[in-house]
Design a protein around this ligand. Structure first.
Ligand code: SF4
Ligand code: SF4
Length: 122
């Protein structure tokens, strides 16, 4: 019965297809490439208000683009929150509350592939 269903729904191909699942290598390439072209979502803004993150809210321009330099209101490129750790690792210093765009990357629009590998979001 299950085999028939699988055949009818073509699940056999999907299940059998080999998939590569990697973890983030913390190379920072995606943040360096895209970190200057981000947009805050309504959820980001609500969360940052709830968390009292004036430091982040002050880096959002009136159209929702991030991250700006507060005194000049100019968009920063690269992202100011990418920090370098030992052994060449680059990490997000606001990881716990980073923007949805960063959290969702890589999306289906990227084929679930980041700049440095293949990721699966199930
Ligand atoms: S490019 Fe890929 S491996 Fe490198 S930091 Fe971004 S998600 Fe991680
Ligand atoms: S906010 Fe964090 S995850 Fe997003 S681009 Fe900057 S360093 Fe990368």
């Amino acid at each position: 019965m299950y085999e028939t269903l699988k055949r009818l729904l073509h699940l056999g191909e999907v299940v059998a297809k080999p998939r590569r699942v990697d973890g983030c290598a913390c190379c920072g390439r995606c943040c360096e490439a895209f970190g200057g072209h981000l947009h805050a979502s309504a959820r980001d803004l609500a969360r940052w208000r709830r968390e009292g993150r004036e430091d982040l809210l002050s880096r959002v321009n009136r159209l929702g683009w991030i991250w700006v330099d507060p005194p000049s209101n100019r968009l920063l490129d690269p992202c100011p929150f990418l920090s370098r750790e030992a052994a060449g690792r680059k990490v997000c210093s606001i990881n716990a509350t980073k923007p949805d765009m960063c959290r969702d990357y890589p999306t289906v629009a990227h084929g679930h592939r980041c700049l440095n590998g293949v990721f699966l979001k199930l």
